[in-house]
Design a binder for this molecule. Structure first.
Ligand SMILES: NC(=O)c1ccc[n+]([C@@H]2O[C@H](COP(=O)([O-])OP(=O)(O)OC[C@H]3O[C@@H](n4cnc5c(N)ncnc54)[C@H](O)[C@@H]3O)[C@@H](O)[C@H]2O)c1
Length: 253
């Protein structure tokens, strides 16, 4: 029997869905019948993805907003409620990562990692939760990273910011469970997206990376998107406060 996710008619915001994993999450949710808010900071990317998502016959709202900005996130959420009247799903996917040794980093280079990966998640959760509490229904999934579980050398601030998402989501899951709101975290491993484009074009480096993966291939955006679709459905309604890796066995904790 095929797993029936029953997502038709739900409304979901996917942040950073102009590219990579977020784009695939938006497409997968649309295939399941979800009306999707395509958010990004890049208008061109939003337009391209929105067109593809619309081809699945769902409604789409194009929402250019920087998740690090409280004002822009609130205006995105207000517009979503005006357009659709409800928010069932929030996928906090937008993320950035600065590469380098911590000791070599200058103070200002940390800001994007903290602002997007931490404030972005806080802003979006805070803005959607009142509607979810009122309706006693909601699904929040945040995309962290295996870096947040094991600490990735050369990504020190990113690793710390992604670990924040895990602790925050557990606490939020405890607070919101009584309103039938599920809060979970997904941690991808190295996945083929523009974010890591230069890295995966170096064949020798890929071979080296794959040595620490039990399943010796890089991730595809679909790997993460399928798990997200499961977690935002009622099939997983008794799963909350969990952190699940989609990383071919890179981290097993
Ligand atoms: N690709 C990987 O190997 C990998 C591994 C682990 C975790 N992740 C996480 O998965 C998520 C998606 O990564 P990806 O690889 O698809 O990256 P990507 O760069 O392909 O896509 C990220 C999108 O987010 C948008 N974005 C950036 N800052 C934003 C902001 N302030 N507000 C709104 N949108 C913003 C970008 O414009 C881009 O379109 C991130 O949170 C990333 O940390 C990725």
């Amino acid at each position: 029997m095929i797993l029936d996710l029953s997502l038709k008619g739900k409304v979901g915001i996917v942040t950073g869905s102009g590219s990579g994993i977020g784009k695939q999450i938006a497409l997968t949710l649309a295939e399941e019948g979800v009306d999707v808010v395509i958010n990004d900071i890049d208008e061109g990317k939003i337009k391209r993805v929105a067109e593809e998502v619309r081809s699945h016959g769902v409604k789409v709202l194009e929402a250019k907003a920087d998740v690090a900005s409280w004002e822009e996130v609130n205006s995105m959420v207000d517009n979503t409620l005006k357009e659709f009247g409800q928010i069932d799903i929030l996928v906090n996917n937008a993320g950035v990562g600065a590469y380098g040794m911590f000791n070599d980093m200058d103070r200002k280079s940390w800001d994007p990692d903290i602002n997007v990966n931490i404030y972005g998640v806080l802003n979006c959760c805070k803005a959607v939760i009142p509607n979810m509490i009122e309706r006693k229904y909601g699904k929040i999934v945040s995309i962290s990273s295996d870096a947040g579980r094991v600490g990735e050398q050369y990504f020190p601030v990113y690793s710390g910011a992604k670990a924040f998402i895990i602790g925050f989501s557990k606490a939020l899951a405890k607070e919101l469970g009584r309103y039938m709101i599920n809060v979970n975290v997904v941690c991808p491993g190295t996945t083929k997206t523009p974010l890591i484009g230069p890295l995966i074009s170096a064949e020798e480096l890929v071979k080296k990376i794959l040595k620490v993966y039990a399943i010796r291939r890089l991730g595809e955006p679909e790997d993460t998107a399928k798990l997200v679709a499961f977690l935002v459905s009622d099939v997983s309604s008794w799963i909350t406060g969990q952190t699940i890796s989609v990383s071919g066995g890179y981290s097993m904790i």
